[in-house]
Design a binder for this molecule. Structure first.
Ligand SMILES: *Cc1c(COP(=O)(O)O)cnc(C)c1O
Length: 372
C-alpha cells in the first residue's frame, strides 16, 4: 500500500501537464513562431524553476523574466535556456547577467553602454525593448535617435532581439494595437537601414498571441495563458487549462448558535444555529480581505460561503447542515468546476493575474503531472 502523501494545511498545487498543454496551445495559435513563456514574479506565483523545466520540455525556445535577479535564480537552478530580462534599476547587475549569459534588453543609451562595457571582448548579450506607445518601459521616442546611433556605431553588434509590448492586446480590435505595431516596424526598419543586425522580433503577449497570429513574428511572449487563464474571456478560453489549484485543510469545525457573530468586527451574525468550518488561509496568503462575505469554497460538490471577515491567516465558512469534518479539504480556487481565480478577481474588481501572483509563500507549492 502506498502511504497517503502528507498534505500541508494550505497548498497551491501546480499541474505541470496543464502548463505544458498551455504552451502547446499558444504555439499552435502563433503558428510558426517560437514561444518565450514569461516567468516573472515567480512564474505568476506558480514557481519559476519547475515551470521553466515544464515549458522547456513542452517545446518553449526561450524564457522571459522582468529582472536580472529573476534570471540569475533560473541559472542557479541549472536552467541554461536563453533568458531575456527587461526591467533594470540603477543596481542592476549587468556584469552578473553577462557572466550568466542572460540577455539584457535595454531601454536607454546608458544601459546599452553599461552592457557593452561588461561584455569586454565577448559578444554582448543584448536586446532592445522599444516603447511603441505604452509609455512605460522601453526606448522612448525622444531617446530613439541616440540609441539607434549608438547601436549603429557599435561594429559587429548582433542584437538578440528587438521587441515591444502592447497596451491593449486584451481588447481585440483596439486601434492602438496596429498603431503600436506600425511604430515598432518603423523602428526596426530604421535599425536595418543603419545596418544593425536586429535578431529576432517579437511583440505578442498572451492576448496578441491568441488573437493576432499575424503579429506573431519570430517569437511570442505569453504569460497568463501559460498558467491557463485566458486574457480575453470575451473571446474564449482557447482550451487553456488553469494550472493552479489553491486548497486547504479544514482545521476546526464548530457550532455557532443563532445570534453568534463570526470573525473580527462581528460583521456576520448567524440567523440560525449552524456549523462553521475554519480554513487556514487569509490575506497574507493572497485571499483578498475585500472578498469577505463574497466568495465560497468548494467541498466536494457543495459550495460553502465565507462568513465574517477574511483575516490575515484564516477565514470561516458556513457549512449549514452540510457534513464537514476536521481534516477535510476545501478548494479555494482552481480549474473547472471552480471557483476560479477569475471569479475572485471579478468580485473584488481586479484581474486574475493579480490573484495568481498574490498567492503567498505560505501556500506550499506542490507539483503534479509531468516529471521535470
Ligand atoms: C508580463 C509580460 C508579458 C506577458 O504578458 P501576459 O499578458 O501575461 O501574456 C509579455 N511581455 C512583457 C514585456 C511583459 O512584461
Amino acid at each position: 500500500m502506498t502511504p497517503t502523501p502528507r498534505r500541508e494545511q494550505l497548498e497551491a498545487t501546480v499541474d505541470l501537464d496543464a502548463i505544458a498543454h498551455n504552451v502547446r496551445v499558444v504555439a499552435k495559435a502563433a503558428a510558426g513562431a517560437r514561444v518565450m513563456p514569461v516567468l516573472k514574479a515567480d512564474a505568476y506565483g506558480h514557481g519559476a524553476v519547475p515551470v521553466a523545466r515544464a515549458v522547456l520540455a513542452a517545446g518553449a525556445a526561450e524564457l522571459g523574466v522582468a529582472t536580472i535577479t529573476e534570471a540569475l535564480g533560473l541559472r542557479a537552478a541549472g536552467i541554461m535556456a536563453p533568458v531575456t530580462t527587461w526591467l533594470h534599476g540603477s543596481a542592476a547587475e549587468f556584469g552578473a547577467a553577462a557572466a550568466a549569459d542572460v540577455t539584457v534588453a535595454v531601454s536607454r543609451v546608458d544601459q546599452l553602454r553599461a552592457v557593452l562595457a561588461v561584455a569586454g571582448d565577448a559578444p554582448p548579450n543584448v536586446a532592445v525593448k522599444i516603447d511603441s506607445g505604452l509609455y512605460r518601459n522601453g526606448v522612448a521616442a525622444e531617446d530613439w535617435a541616440a540609441l539607434a546611433t549608438a547601436l549603429a556605431d557599435t561594429p559587429g553588434l548582433a542584437l538578440r532581439s528587438v521587441f515591444t509590448h502592447f497596451a491593449c492586446a486584451d481588447e481585440p480590435g483596439d486601434p492602438s494595437i496596429d498603431a503600436q505595431t506600425a511604430v515598432f516596424d518603423a523602428r526596426v526598419a530604421d535599425l536595418r537601414t543603419r545596418g544593425v543586425d536586429v535578431g529576432a522580433l517579437h511583440l505578442a503577449n498572451s492576448a496578441a498571441a491568441l488573437t493576432r497570429p499575424d503579429l506573431a513574428r519570430d517569437i511570442v511572449r505569453p504569460g497568463i495563458a501559460v498558467y491557463g487563464r485566458t486574457p480575453v474571456p470575451q473571446v474564449g478560453d482557447f482550451g487553456l487549462r488553469p494550472a493552479m489549484t489553491l486548497d486547504a485543510e479544514v482545521i476546526a469545525v464548530k457550532r455557532v448558535p443563532a445570534g453568534g457573530a463570526v470573525s473580527y468586527g462581528r460583521t456576520w451574525i448567524a440567523q440560525r444555529d449552524t456549523t462553521v468550518a475554519l480554513v487556514p488561509a487569509g490575506y497574507a496568503d493572497g485571499v483578498p480581505r475585500a472578498l469577505s462575505g463574497r466568495f465560497a469554497v468548494r467541498h466536494g460538490d457543495a459550495l460553502l460561503p465565507n462568513v465574517g471577515r477574511v483575516c490575515m491567516d484564516q477565514f470561516v465558512v458556513d457549512a449549514g447542515d452540510h457534513d464537514i469534518a476536521i481534516g477535510d479539504r476545501v478548494v479555494l480556487f482552481g480549474g473547472p468546476p471552480g471557483p476560479t481565480a477569475a471569479d475572485w478577481a471579478d468580485t473584488v474588481g481586479t484581474i486574475d493575474y493579480e490573484i495568481l501572483c498574490g498567492v503567498g509563500a505560505r501556500a506550499v507549492r506542490r507539483y503534479i503531472g509531468m516529471r521535470t
